[in-house]
Design a protein. Structure first.
Length: 66
């Protein structure tokens, strides 16, 4: 699931807190909280920003492969 991959990337791998993630992505902490809990899906624009800023494979991010 996308939100679990985002949790793995941000929290487990990079050790970032929600407020740090939100600041880097220029979104609110509440919005990133909703995404990481699976309550909201990130927009395509946000996913592209994550790919660019964090050098993440888009296929892995969206599908869990690659």
């Amino acid at each position: 699931m996308l939100y679990k991959r985002l949790q793995f990337l941000f929290v487990d791998t990079l050790g970032l807190k929600q407020d740090e993630i939100a600041q880097k992505l220029n979104i609110s902490q509440g919005h990133i909280s909703n995404i990481l809990c699976g309550r909201k899906k990130p927009s395509e624009q946000l996913l592209l920003l994550i790919e660019t800023l964090f050098n993440v494979n888009g296929e892995w991010l969206r599908e869990g492969t690659g």
